[in-house]
Write a protein that binds this ligand. Structure first.
Ligand SMILES: Cc1cc2nc3c(=O)[nH]c(=O)nc-3n(C[C@@H](O)[C@H](O)[C@H](O)COP(=O)(O)OP(=O)(O)OC[C@H]3O[C@@H](n4cnc5c(N)ncnc54)[C@H](O)[C@@H]3O)c2cc1C
Length: 283
């Protein structure tokens, strides 16, 4: 039976217009690839939506010598192409190019990936965590800049009326990698994701997605790797430390049980460190 709900769609041309729609209760519609499945998750589609794709500042990637700014409405496909070959962003490129399938990547946005609440397997989130990204938002109180970990902690509140506008990245990494474990080759969400990055002092940053409800940095492993000799940046040794410092509580889900998500982490770390060393020219 056809729905009798009256729905409204606004394609904002400016951020002010988008915020005005937000203040009146409209939800942000980006690529719609997450939102379109809300009814399957038992969530009603919003009655009013505001789209951001006509706001030019939110649809571009600016690459400067010391930083990169990514508009929230940039798609995975555009992001992967824009950062391809930029040293230190190999992990972000792999996340953008490895998520979902080509059709989804052409419309799914960076903002949508960061703002899909209760989506544990978002690929760009751990990739941006190891870049120590800063998230820029427009809120009813004015613009805000937050470190990505703080954004993830508060995003339920921040997104009640806010709009993520841009992601800022410093260019301080020499190499990064993004290792995902899907059960099949494509089309399903990864069971576990390990993103890694190495800074100029060869210090490793590691983040894990899809294992717990929200991606987070693996600080216990980062510290253990820093405490050891430089040889800790050896794939075998890193896997041993990952086993020893595995402090994740795996979540049970459709694709896999929690114990399995937790258990696959050491081999993924091993692959990730090997990829880092190769990309950084240290293998
Ligand atoms: C077949 C399929 C396979 C998939 N595989 C993967 C995968 O492998 N990896 C992966 O990471 N994801 C995957 N996804 C999930 C996916 O759709 C995304 O994560 C995507 O990035 C969401 O972006 P979107 O632009 O489509 O967001 P939308 O669906 O438009 O929005 C998602 C949510 O974020 C909010 N939102 C969007 N942009 C903003 C903003 N700028 N400010 C505030 N709120 C905002 C919306 O209101 C909504 O609540 C898959 C989806 C499908 C359908």
């Amino acid at each position: 039976m056809a729905s009798s709900v009256e729905r409204s769609f606004t394609a904002a041309s400016t951020l002010d217009e988008a915020m005005a729609a937000r203040r009146q209760g409209a939800a942000v519609l980006a690529g719609g690839t997450w939102m379109m499945r809300d009814p399957r998750r038992g969530i009603d589609l919003p009655e009013a939506v505001v789209a951001l794709h006509r706001i030019p500042a939110l649809s571009k990637v600016e690459i400067e010598p010391d930083h990169v700014v990514i508009g929230a409405a940039v798609t995975h496909a555009v992001l992967g192409r824009a950062l391809y070959g930029a040293a230190g962003f190999e992990g972000v490129v792999a996340a953008a190019e490895g998520a979902a399938n080509p059709g989804i990547r052409r419309v799914a946005t960076v903002g949508g990936n960061l703002c899909a609440l209760d989506f544990a397997a978002a690929d760009l989130v751990p990739a941006l965590l190891v870049c120590e990204a800063t998230v820029e938002l427009e809120t009813v109180e004015g613009p805000k800049l937050l470190g990505i970990s703080d954004f993830l902690k508060d995003r339920h509140t921040l997104l009640t009326d806010g709009i993520v506008t841009r992601i800022h990245l410093r260019r301080d990494l020499v190499a990064s990698a993004h290792i995902r474990l899907p059960l099949r080759k494509a089309g399903d969400y990864p069971v576990a994701i390990v993103s890694l990055a190495m800074d100029k002092d060869k210090r490793c940053r590691i983040a894990v997605g899809s294992v717990e409800p929200v991606a987070r940095r693996w600080t216990a492993l980062e510290q253990a790797m820093r405490a050891g000799p430089a040889s800790a940046l050896d794939p075998e040794r890193a896997a041993e430390l990952a086993l020893e410092h595995n402090d994740f509580q795996g979540r049970d889900g459709k694709e896999a049980e929690g114990w399995y998500r937790r258990q696959v982490l050491p081999p993924l770390v091993k692959r990730g460190v090997a990829a880092l060393l190769k990309t950084g020219g240290l293998a």
